[in-house]
Design a protein around this ligand. Structure first.
Ligand SMILES: N[C@@H](CCC(=O)N[C@@H](CS)C(=O)NCC(=O)O)C(=O)O
Length: 359
């Protein structure tokens, strides 16, 4: 189904049953009638992919009287190993040493019907521990789908049912579903319980540079590959592909001078860049038509991707089976027969040359 919509306009605050605020997109009548509930349908009438904003935007905070204080065991992270945005959060759980404080569950990689009563396709949990390696049934709410979690959190929710979802077991609601905010909370708010509290991926002296880098990396690369893949007309595809390769060329140049994208130390901007690069040759080059150059054609970026993959804990966040099965198997308008290419099967644990920079 092709859903045409006009742009969501202002954002208004709504509240759920616990009086927890979330953002309600104010859509036009046309949007309400023909609402897209999946990113693949978020195409404007120019044929360009336009991603809508995340909805639940509360913050876990150490501040006194915080509605969501950073307590060990209180929060749960729902992810898909396939999803680059969710994988950012998973990477933070591992490298900040938060796994004991915040457990996580991954859904099945391939989208399925989420309800008998409508056609929506989305993330679902397996029915048993053994159904799907890497995925587990919902341990908290017994939900069958991510959609059910959104419906538990808000009775009038009308957006996409995306991962990541940061869930509060105490108030039985979604704290936040925006990865760029979840990783900021994981970086600072749990440092009394994090095993690697000293690691600061958003240090004050680099903040301006990280913010600036995030902006062009998001637009050109993280979201850029989706703009290539979900475009429904040649013009928007070409525009996105040109912007993507300009941004990749810029990364290659920077990474020829220093070990990481903002400095010689690892930062938030590297985690955000990594989750797209690790999917590039295996998926985006083929599925999203990002084939002008491969990651392997960029020596600095290719070695950089291996370097980050080899940070202790990171490789466990990359499940290439889930990644490939999700993309090739969940977008029938892009890949109607769901065929998964065999290659290229890159070994990111092989040696890299990034130690040539001091860090
Ligand atoms: N801005 C969000 C994006 C999350 C997102 O788009 N997740 C995708 C998976 S990669 C999703 O769950 N899509 C479900 C859908 O489009 O229906 C974030 O960074 O957390």
């Amino acid at each position: 189904m092709v859903c045409v919509f006009t742009k969501p306009h202002l954002l208004a605050l709504g509240t759920n049953k616990n009086n927890i605020s979330f953002i309600l997109p104010q859509f036009s009548l046309k949007w309400n009638l023909q609402m897209a509930r999946s990113a693949i349908d978020e195409t404007s009438d120019t044929g360009a992919f336009k991603r809508t904003a995340s909805t639940f935007r509360n913050f876990i905070s150490k501040e006194p009287n915080s509605q969501f204080p950073p307590e060990s065991g209180r929060y749960h992270l729902y992810v898909s190993y396939a999803c680059p945005w969710a994988s950012r959060c998973l990477a933070y759980l591992k490298i900040k040493g938060l796994e004991k404080a915040i457990a996580f569950t991954s859904v099945k990689p391939i989208w399925e019907r989420t309800k008998e009563s409508d056609e929506h396709m989305g993330w679902v949990f397996p029915a048993s521990e053994t159904e799907e390696a890497g995925a587990e049934p919902d341990p908290l709410n017994g939900a069958r789908s991510i959609r059910e979690l959104y419906e538990l959190a808000s009775t009038n929710y009308a957006g996409k049912y995306t991962v990541p979802v940061l869930w509060d077991k105490k108030l039985k609601t979604i704290v936040n579903n925006e990865s760029s905010e979840i990783i900021r909370m994981f970086n600072t708010e749990f440092n009394d319980i994090a095993e690697n509290a000293a690691l600061d991926l958003y240090p004050s002296h680099l903040q301006a540079q990280i913010d600036e880098t995030n902006e062009w990396v998001y637009d050109g690369i993280n979201n850029g590959v989706y703009k290539c893949g979900f475009a429904r007309k040649q013009g928007p595809y070409e525009e996105a592909a040109i912007q993507l390769y300009e941004a990749l060329d810029k990364c290659e140049e920077i990474l020829g001078r220093q070990r990481y994208i903002c400095a010689n130390t690892l930062s938030e901007a590297d985690i955000k860049l990594f989750v797209t690069l690790i999917r590039f040759d295996e998926v985006y080059a083929v599925h999203f038509k990002c084939n002008k150059k491969l990651l392997r054609d960029y020596p600095n970026m290719f070695n950089y991707t291996k370097d980050i993959f080899q940070i202790p804990g990171m490789s466990s966040t990359v499940n290439m089976q889930h990644i490939k099965r999700h993309y090739y198997g969940s977008h029938p308008t892009v890949n109607p027969f769901g065929i998964i290419p065999l290659g290229p099967d890159i070994d990111y644990s092989s040696p890299h040359d990034r130690n040539r920079f001091s860090s």
